[in-house]
Design a protein around this ligand. Structure first.
Ligand code: RIB
Length: 333
């Protein structure tokens, strides 16, 4: 790929002259400008941010890195970010990290060289040194949903612990006494906080036992597998709180395949509030996160810092909402 030096050499001018032509500075005479533009066309040269002399200026681009764009939770989060950014005339670059720190570091390395204006990471694998490095270079960053608790940057997520207690309390009110929990990967702070909330609320039950907790991977398959383990351990369990909706959907499928009726025999509650929960059979009770609002708030906080340069290192936990549906309905006595 041609560089600004190749263009300068072909046009017989200095790199600085090429940069002035690119930035349409009127300090270049028309003949010289013509030579430079001809060389740019011949070499198919595409100026980068540095050539445009934009280092330190605002590019009007922010970056959103999500861990798993196949999980419907994250596109809803992205929608909240993009709607706010678009209203402000900014473009959003979306990346998928697969929860791999190496991919996140690569995104940071490549895109900071393009002088993007800021980053939003829904990540639990971003490294503190990456966060520090961006902050030291005064590149705004906001952590969304997952993410470090000790990060030197704003963090926005739901109140996961209280949300888990809401789910368990609802199952208790619906008559459940042996309530299981399918918990998400414990490297995610969101999953850890939900497990804590479950233990706080279910630990008091006479039917409680640590063997009522089984790990999952925030996906449908692990929800199905978890139910197989739970039924083997506790054939008499009467309630399941799944740490996210995809695992709850998997649990519904596994219970159905075993001929176990929901909600008559086992009641099931999920977490996230993705649209899929409205069309399962039975429709799934869930604890809905304010996903769209979380994305929008993260974007607003980032844009405020981009515009003002003022840093804030606050953790905001937004309230969640129980949506009761048929999967936990109490039988009419
Ligand atoms: O469904 C994906 C899960 O990962 C959500 O609960 C969200 O909070 C994220 O942590």
């Amino acid at each position: 790929m041609a560089t600004i030096r190749d263009v300068a050499r072909l046009a017989g001018v200095s790199v600085a002259t090429v940069s002035r032509v690119i930035n349409q500075k009127d300090s270049v005479n028309s003949e010289t400008a013509g030579q430079v533009l001809k060389a740019i066309e011949q070499l198919h040269y595409v100026p980068n941010a540095v050539a445009r002399g934009l280092a330190g200026k605002k590019m009007g681009i922010i970056v959103l890195i999500l861990p798993d764009i196949l999980n419907p939770f994250f596109p809803a989060l992205a929608r909240g970010v993009e709607d706010v950014a678009h209203k402000k005339g900014l473009t959003v670059i979306l990346g998928n990290s697969d929860d791999l720190g190496i991919k996140e570091s690569s995104y940071i390395k490549v895109l900071r060289e393009k002088y993007v204006d800021g980053f939003i990471f829904a990540s639990n694998t971003i490294r503190e040194e990456d966060v520090e490095s961006l902050r030291n270079d005064r590149i705004p960053i906001v952590l969304l949903d997952r993410g470090l608790n000790t990060a030197s940057c704003p963090v926005i997520r739901s109140n996961n612990r209280e949300g888990a207690k809401l789910a368990v309390q609802h199952l208790i009110e619906q008559g459940c006494q042996r309530i299981a929990h399918i918990y998400g990967p414990q490297e995610f702070i969101t999953a850890r906080d939900r497990l804590l909330g479950y233990e706080e609320a279910a630990g008091r039950l006479k039917g409680y036992s640590p063997s009522l907790m089984v790990s999952g991977n925030f996906d449908i398959e692990s929800g199905r597998n978890a139910v197989e383990q739970l039924i083997a351990r506790h054939p008499d369990l009467d309630g399941i709180f799944a740490g996210n909706d995809l695992m709850a959907v998997g649990a519904l499928k596994a219970l159905h395949d075993r001929g176990i009726r929901v909600p008559e025999q086992v009641k099931v509650c999920g977490f996230d509030g993705i649209g899929l929960t409205e069309i399962t059979e039975p429709e799934l009770t869930t604890v809905a996160q304010p996903v769209y609002e979380m994305g929008g708030l993260a974007a607003r906080i980032l844009l405020d810092e981009i515009e003002s340069g003022i840093r804030e290192n606050t953790l905001r936990e937004l309230d969640v909402r129980l949506i009761p549906r048929k999967s936990t309905r109490k039988e009419e006595t």
